[in-house]
Structure formats: C-alpha cells, structure tokens
Design a protein around this ligand. Structure first.
Ligand code: BMA
Length: 854
C-alpha cells in the first residue's frame, strides 16, 4: 500500500488525545419542551435521574411512585451537549467520536448532521467525524425514541413471541431486559447516554483493543503470551510492548506496523509465570503490559497505553465420576479444583448511571467478606461496567458471564443475528482482558422456557441452523455466540445456557441446574435440600423482607408500614410472592404476630435457614478427586436494584439480611457442619401417624488446599433446660484437603435436642468453626420463655460477647449506630460458650438490642 507522506519533516505529528464529553442538557422532544441543564457534570446520564434531579417526578423508588412515572418510558427525549474542539484537535488527521453505549434507540447529530443511528444498548461505536467537526463549539444532540413502542411495532410485523417477566416486546429489543420489570424489579424504561462518549484525535496512529492472551501450559511452568491490538496508522510505525512481571522483571517486544487500519500482535514465552488465583487459593497478581507506538524515524513516543493481565490456566471440568451417573461440572484454575460458593449478580440499580466505581467495589468487597468466590452476571441485566470486573480481578472473585438473553423466546432473523453478533464482539473484546471472567454462557433460562412451552428443541438435532423452528435463537446460543468466544477469547469456556446439559435443563447429573423446586415449582420444603442438589446449582434462593431500617425509607407513610399494605405489595414483584413467602414462613417459623418487625425477622430467619440448608447440602457433595458430585452453588441473588422484598442477601440500601451471615458461615474455607435426617419408622400405614426417628451426621468441608488436623466436640443439649444430653469428641482427626470429610455418623437425636459442634486446630487449640443443628421444622420446637434464657450481651468497643443459659436460635444484634458493621449475625448460642461478634464502628457506650427465636 502506498504510504501517503502527510508530514513534512518539520511538522511534529499531533499526539493522541481523548476528550470525554459531559455537561448534558435534556428536553422532552414530543412536547417541544425547553432545554433543562443536568444538575451534575457527569459524562453519563439518563432520563429518570435527570427528571428526579429537576424535581419533575417524585422519587420512583418510594411508595407507589413507580405507577406515577410510567409515562417517562413512553415519551421521546433529547440530550445535547457542547463539544469544544481545540485548534490542535482540529489539526489532527483523525477525529473519531467513540460511544461506549447508548440506551437504546438513538439518533446522534453533530451540528445537525446525523452521524449515527444505534438500536442496541450493547454496541460500541467509533464514528469518523472528520469534515463534520469544527473548531470551537459543536453541538452533539441525541434523540432517544421509546423502546416500548419500537418493540411493539416489531411485534406487529414480525409476530409476538413469548417471555416470562416484562412486556413480550422486550425480546426484540437489545436493551437491558430488567428495565421492562422483573420478579424483583420495577418497570422503568429509561434512556440516555449511559456510557461515556469521547472525542479521540490523532495523526499517525491510534491503538486500542489491547488484549494479552496468556496460554498457561499444563505444567504451569510456561505461559505463551500474545499481545494483540488494533492500529489505525496513516504512516508506518513501530509498536513496542513492555511486559513487567509482578516482581518487576521486564520483557520488551516490538514490531513494525504498516500504515492502514489493521490488527497486529506480539508474542513471547514467559518461564515460571507468576499466576493469578481465585480467592482463598493464592494471590491475585498481574503483569503490566505497556504498549507504546513509536515513530519509525526518530523513535519518539506517539501514543502509550497500559493494561494488565492476570495469568491463569482455566478448565471447566466435565468428566465421568466415580460411583455416580453423568459428569462433573466444576472449575479448575491453575490445576486446582475450585469449589464455588457464590451468588448471582443483577444490576445494582434501576438507573445505572447513578452508580459509582465505589459502589461496584463495595459490592465485590461484600461478596469477598462473605467468603463467596463467584458472581454470575445474569443474562437479564447488562455486560457490567469495567469497574465491576476490575474489582473482581483485584479480589479473586470469579465471574460467570451470561450473554444478555433471559427467560424468553428470542428471534433470530438476519438483522437480529447481525446486531447480536456485533454486540457479542464488542463486549467480548472489552471483557476478555479481565482474568476473573471464567465462563461465558449463552443465556439465562431460555432453554427452560423452550421446554416449558414444548418448543422444537431436540438436543440430538445438531444441524447448526434452527432458524426455521419455533426455537430459532438456539442458533445464536449454539452457533453464533460460541463462534465469537472461539475467535476472541478461546481460553474461556462457553456453556450454551444456564441451565443447560443432560437430558433436559433439570438433569441433576450433567451441566448446571437452577433449583427452584424450593420457592417456585412445587414449593418443596427446604429440609429436602439434600435430595435437590446437582452437578452445579447456578441458581436457588428464598425471599425475605429488607431490614426495618430500609422499609422505613421506602415506605414513607407510617400507616403503610404493615406486611400486607398496598405499598409493601408493590415492592414485592414476585408472582405469588406474598402467598409463597407466607407459606414458607408459616411452615417453618412460629409467629407471635403479624407485626412488621416480627414478620421481617421471621422472613429473614427463614431465608437464612433455607440458604444454610441448601449450601450445606451442595457443599457436602464435594468429595474429592473424581467425586466432585457438586461443583458449587450460586445464591439467587446477592443484590437488589431498588428497595423490594426479594431473594437478595443485601438490600438496595446496602443492608445485609440475616441470610448474608448464614451464607458467610457456610462458605468459609474450612467449616464443620451438621445435618439432621429423619427416617419414618414403618409402624403405621397412616402417613401422619408414622413415627419418625432422627439422627445427625457431622462432617468438615474444606476448600483449602492443605489438610488439617482437628479436634471436634459435639454436644447435644436439651432445648428446654440447657442440660447436656450427650457429648462426643474426636481428637487429632485429619480433615482432607479441598473436599469434605465425614466425621461422625448417625448420632441419635430427638425433637427436644439441639446440637452444637465445635472444631479446633489440634496443635494450637484455635477455634476453627462452629455449627449447630435444630429439630425441623423450627415451629414445632417448644422454646423456653425469654426470661429463662439467660442471654447476656456484653458490649465492648468493636465487639460484643454473647452467652446464654439455654440453647438460643437465630439471635440478631442491632444498634441505632448506623455505621456499625457486624462480622456475624442471626447466630445460635449454646450454654458454656462465648460467642463473639466483631462490630466495626461499635462503641461500648452504644446500646445493642437483641432478638431471637421463640
Ligand atoms: C430465576 C432468574 C430470574 C428470577 C429468579 C427468581 O430463575 O433467572 O429470572 O428473577 O429466578 O424468580
């Protein structure tokens, strides 16, 4: 290719510059309103938060205001900002406007000339504006059309498809699907420039999409590194990559890149690579990769950019098991099997631009603080903000990333395939540099919907083109999306859907399952969890109400603060939400009243018990090499997007529910655990009159990589008197590495007995873990009266110590000091034990309230 000599020797090339746009104003287009300047200077914004800031709508999250602001989603909106181009920027050969994401039906005008039409929230655009940009002030205007109308028009021409949650038109629209309303989320069809817009100018070159693919070889002794990048150069240049190891050793590579727009790469081998590990498995270390573009003539630096890479060897292991049908489904990082204790992640807000980098960081910190090592970015939300993945990389939290399809029958006509393929390429290119992303999955529950509706889905049909069937999107999930992964990040495994695998999506012996027989489906008692596990349980959950402090925020009228009020009902979006929640509470927890505080406590205790039972059942199935009968579980869901009664562990305001602590206790790397089993004695043919016997088993679950030598004490207490019924102990017992070890089997118990197990390190005596077990269901237990319990709470600076005379279930500590962070809560207390809870921010003069079950 002929190289155009743009620069006479004396003219220095214009260096790469980047200017982020901000200073938005907006108006309602279909009403011909005047412009209103945004009250903030942020680069990203959206209509609901702007209307709220301007006092034009009531807070959509409070009371029943959701109903009052639906008109916003039906209207047309226009945004504008001024882009001031400097003389230097104008002198550049290339002037490009980069759009990281527009939500959703957007026409962009630069000085009244249309420069871009976008109809997919997940597309990233680079638009050449040479000849359109002028020196000084330019106006960038974006018209946003209503997504609902657009979708319903498509339904008219292309036919109505089916979905669960939200308006059926959503399946045609590439917009975060939860905006249409979900069984935990409100309907707010917001719009706006939700991700950054930048003007990039340069002369000779721009380099972007820098990606370092690290292939760590099997023995972990070597990594093959390829640094790839996209270059737009109007002249030949030299691209140089400097790779610096975590301990500061640098390797330099360079290549000459010919003029033009092209992809290029540099490769090297690294011996003894320092590897990145998930939480609790090793350090999170990174190689820094600096890419510089040098002028061929004088080696001056024209552009410089830095990224980093965490190197890990990754496998999703699906292999035959010993003594069990089907195949395993577990993650292996750097040749170590990793048991997954994690959660599902939904968008952290209905209005994404309200979030800060700190919000993402804090959420990931909360995940880590509860010992959870995976978050699944669920398919009804969005490809998350960089800060989310950055935090996951930093903390060793693995990410299961869905493509953005959820609970629906999606179309697969050519225009849709084109849009989705581009979306996948844009987002995979952006996210492949985060080493925490360890799986891409095609969708959320779309195969389940296909089964439910009895669509044409024959797993044996591998034609690769299902577009003529009534389950056309299978072509996306099994052909187009895996091709993108294969092409752009072949190190990361692809799974066609979640759930997927086996004879159908409910097959517990292969692939992953969503276990919703508890809560949805047949409303199975959670005591049945030992029979409900699968090879990997990527969803399961239980609802509860947010803590009282939160309820008081979103229910502003005190007269509405009761469990059955209209406001409380609007803030419970689940189908049959009240009925199901009531069933589970009433079947398990003895209620004193329907008072709001009692109801909240009952729901949270019940949720904590349920999730504890589920994780206990799953984790026990991690039995060592070739016996990975369950590879992990992901709680539905860790967070909320607005204030609501939901399955969340942490509510919208950041308040932890009791279940958060139950998950934390169950997910600690090394725990002792107890399970109670009831067996019917066949002495009476009438089910209700069958006598039942109960026994408990005790085991240790260890996700650590070394074995431990422990002492175990198991005490059976009489619940009414606090007397010790029986004690069993083991000394110097070995707990195997990275698996569960059964310790005691078949201790007979009755319905008056609660059990406590304490596990200590044999050599140091250090307390490693406590576990407790109670008769089921809890409602049948005759608890002693609170006056006899002898509960004592001693408040120290930063800690409380709790003792009791009787066994105590689900003791919750609270204080009006809102800054306090408890390390544990909703705990079981037993006689002759001191239960300490760390309380960051607590002063010994603070008043600590307690409540407990019974
Ligand atoms: C699931 C999810 C969501 C839903 C949740 C609770 O299976 O995939 O669609 O919000 O259950 O019902």
């Amino acid at each position: 290719m002929a190289v155009i000599e743009l620069y006479p020797q004396e003219k220095k090339p214009h260096p790469f510059t980047s200017q982020t746009l901000s200073g938005w104003q907006w108006r309602q287009l279909d009403k011909g309103d005047d412009w209103t300047p945004c009250t903030h200077k942020k680069p990203t914004t959206e209509i609901y938060t702007d209307l709220l800031d301007a006092g034009r709508i009531p807070d959509p999250f409070l009371d029943e205001n959701e109903k009052l602001v639906q008109w916003v989603g039906a209207a047309e909106w226009e945004y504008a900002c001024t882009l001031t181009a400097t003389a230097a920027e104008m002198a550049a050969v290339r002037q490009v406007l980069v759009f990281d994401g527009l939500d959703t039906f957007a026409t962009v005008y630069l000085n009244d000339t249309a420069i871009l039409e976008s109809d997919n929230m997940f597309h990233i655009h680079r638009v050449d504006v040479v000849g359109r940009l002028r020196e000084g002030d330019n106006t960038l205007r974006i018209v946003f059309k209503g997504a609902l109308v657009a979708g319903q028009n498509m339904e008219k021409t292309l036919g109505k498809l089916t979905c669960f949650n939200g308006d059926s038109s959503r399946v045609y629209i590439r917009k975060a699907q939860y905006h249409y309303g979900w069984d935990w989320g409100p309907t707010f069809l917001t719009c706006g420039p939700y991700r950054e817009i930048r003007l990039e100018t340069y002369d000779v070159v721009a380099v972007w999409d820098v990606f370092t693919d690290a292939v760590v070889l099997e023995g972990l002794q070597q990594a093959d590194l390829t640094v790839s990048f996209t270059v737009d150069a109007s002249k030949d240049v030299v691209v140089q990559a400097t790779i610096t190891s975590p301990d500061g050793k640098a390797v330099q590579l360079s290549t000459k890149v010919k003029a033009g727009s092209t992809e290029a790469s540099l490769s090297t081998k690294i011996d003894q690579p320092q590897l990145w590990y998930p939480l609790h498995h090793g350090p999170q270390v990174f190689y820094n990769v600096k890419v510089e573009v040098l002028s061929v003539d004088d080696t001056s630096v024209l552009q410089s950019t830095s990224t980093r890479v965490g190197m890990r060897r990754l496998r999703l292991v699906q292999e035959p098991l010993l003594d069990a049908p089907g195949t395993s489904f577990y993650f292996e990082v750097n040749n170590q099997a990793v048991y997954i204790n994690g959660s599902n992640w939904i968008p952290r807000h209905s209005f994404l631009t309200a979030l800060t980098e700190d919000d993402y960081r804090q959420s990931v910190d909360e995940c880590v603080a509860s010992h959870q090592n995976m978050l699944r970015v669920w398919g009804g939300g969005l490809y998350e903000h960089d800060s989310f993945y950055q935090a996951c990389d930093d903390k060793g939290v693995l990410v299961w990333q869905d493509f953005m399809f959820a609970c629906g029958v999606y179309p697969c006509h050519p225009a849709f395939v084109k849009s989705v393929t581009r979306e996948a390429c844009d987002q995979v290119r952006r996210l492949r540099r985060f080493c925490s992303v360890v799986l891409w999955a095609g969708n959320n529950e779309d195969y389940q919907v296909a089964e439910n509706l009895k669509l044409d889905w024959d797993p044996a049909d591998d034609s690769g083109d299902w577009t003529k069937t009534n389950f056309p999107a299978r072509t996306l999930y099994e052909r187009h999306l895996p091709a993108v992964i294969q092409d752009l990040c072949p190190q990361v495994p692809y799974h066609p859907g979640s759930p997927w695998g086996g004879v159908n999506t409910e097959d517990p012996t292969m692939g992953d399952i969503h276990q919703w027989s508890v809560w949805h489906g047949t409303l199975e008692p959670y005591q049945r969890w030992p029979e409900l596990t699968g090879r990997f349980v990527s969803e399961f959950g239980m609802m509860s109400l947010p803590p009282r402090r939160s309820v008081d925020k979103y229910v502003t009228d005190p007269a509405q603060r009761y469990p059955q009020s209209a406001v409380m009902d609007l803030h419970n979006k689940a189908e049959g939400g009240e009925r199901r929640l009531t069933s589970y509470i009433v079947e398990n927890v003895r209620l004193r009243s329907l008072d709001l505080n009692d109801w909240i406590y009952a729901s949270q205790l019940m949720q904590a018990e349920c999730l504890g039972a589920a994780i206990r059942a799953c984790r026990r199935q991690w039995k060592g090499r070739r016996r990975e009968y369950c590879g992990g579980q992901l709680v539905w869901q860790i967070n909320d997007c607005w204030p609501v009664a939901s399955w969340a562990l942490i509510d919208f305001y950041g308040e932890r529910k009791l279940a958060y602590y139950a998950v934390k206790r169950q997910s600690a790397p090394l725990i002792v655990d107890i399970g109670r089993t009831y067996t019917a004695v066949e002495s009476n043919t009438l089910e209700a009159l069958k006598e039942k016997r109960a026994h408990v088993d005790v085991w240790a679950a260890n996700s650590g990589l070394s074995q431990d030598v422990v002492d175990l004490t198991v005490t059976l207490f009489d619940i009414q008197t606090g007397g010790v019924v029986r004690t069993e102990s083991l000394t110097r017992t070995t707990v195997g590495a990275n698996k569960t070890t059964e310790l005691l089997h078949g201790l007979a118990v009755d319905d008056k007995t609660a059990v406590q197990a304490i596990m200590r390190d044999s050599s140091t005596g250090e307390l490693l873990s406590r576990a407790s077990d109670w008769p089921q269901p809890l409602k049948h237990i005759a608890m002693a009266s609170p006056e006899d319990s002898g509960v004592q709470v001693t408040v120290h600076d930063g800690r409380v110590d709790i003792t009791s005379k009787l066994p105590i279930k689900g003791l919750e500590v609270s204080t009006s000091n809102e800054s306090v962070i408890w390390s544990d809560n909703g705990v079981d207390i037993f006689p002759s034990d001191v239960y300490s809870i760390d309380a960051t921010g607590l002063s010994k003069t603070d008043t600590v309230d307690v409540r407990y079950y019974g």
